[in-house]
Ligand binder design. Sequence first.
Ligand SMILES: Nc1ncnc2c1ncn2[C@@H]1O[C@H](COP(=O)(O)OP(=O)(O)O)[C@@H](O)[C@H]1O
Ligand code: SF4
Ligand SMILES: [Mg+2]
Length: 370
Amino acid sequence: MGENIYKPVYSKDTKLVVSDLKVYFPIRRSFIDVLRGKPRLYVKAVDGVSFDVKEGEVFALAGESGCGKTTTGKSILRLNEITEGSIGYLPSKKIENVVKLPMVKKLSEHGHIDLYSIPDKYFKPFRQDIQMIWQDPFGSLNPRRTIFEILEEPLDIHGISSTKEERTEIIAKALEEVKLTPPEEFMWRYPHMLSGGQRQRVVISRALILKPSLVIADEPVSMLDVSIRAEILQLMMDLKKRLGLTYIFITHDLALARYISNRIAVMYLGKIVEMGDARKVVEDPYHPYTKALVEAIPEPDPQRRFIIKELPIKGEVPSPINVPSGCRFHPRCIALDKHPELAELCKTKEPPLIEVAPGRYVACWLYAKK
Ligand SMILES: Nc1ncnc2c1ncn2[C@@H]1O[C@H](COP(=O)(O)OP(=O)(O)O)[C@@H](O)[C@H]1O
Ligand code: SF4
Ligand SMILES: [Mg+2]
């Protein structure tokens, strides 16, 4: 088999290394099922995912709903148990004393540590250094709290600043940073008194007030009106540049991923099927699934309306409880119509993620050595 199977790289400028991550959620069995000896079933939300993210990079995790993007993001923040694999992280200077603890596992000579080797009680500083921006600006802001209180909470939790004056100053600056100015006009409002775009600015502000170095943005504009998406994305990119952040950008929208990121990993049913330079992946996709996603990207028509296109592939995404054998995409793959000689292999053997051109990786038997 191919010698060029993808392996994530630990280098001095790699911020994060996810290696063979698996997250299986057990499904509850009824008492009767247990008595009948029915085996325990699992939702294989993430099923062997590896990638690395360079410092200062925007790395996109893309793919249809349910393919495991959010679970991958949450695993980095230890918001769910992981079944297998490791997550290596290059901590910023602020958390050096945690890193020195004897039980913390080192994963490279450059200072990467295994996030899952840190005891719970020492993990708090990492929740400051790694922030998540959630999809729904309504759901993620407490409607009974003022913007001031919402932004004060993370400062409280992490014991930042002692006096009210100091906090007011930090909060005012944070609001200015996301262009909610003058800040005193916004501080005392409640979320429902803001527009969707303004609320998402507050969500961004709450993530950045703790001065993180890695931000995981989970579909940060998908709930927003199309007309304000561009300005929120622009704001996020400006902040990234100015504050020297690294982004993992989660989106179901390949066109958006191309626009905003340096590299894209396309996921299907818990696995990465294609990865590489964002522009190249979208302009010249290799994997039959990526090709289908690209074909479905809506193009604006002359009246500037978007034409919604259907995915040009057969059937529905299978359940992650019953992942198809071999290549998990095989029941839907239209490339097999042209390559019937591959059908048996595709049904029985999982294709490895291999390098097919410099920096371009694909998991498909059309490209791998059989
Ligand atoms: N806590 C959980 N318990 C059981 N199944 C879950 C849980 N979280 C996510 N899943 C399932 O895992 C799969 C991947 O979900 P998710 O990571 O949210 O995908 P995405 O963000 O790409 O839409 C889905 O089938 C989802 O229903
Ligand atoms: S491995 Fe086979 S089934 Fe899977 S995408 Fe490639 S050609 Fe299609
Ligand atoms: Mg999601």
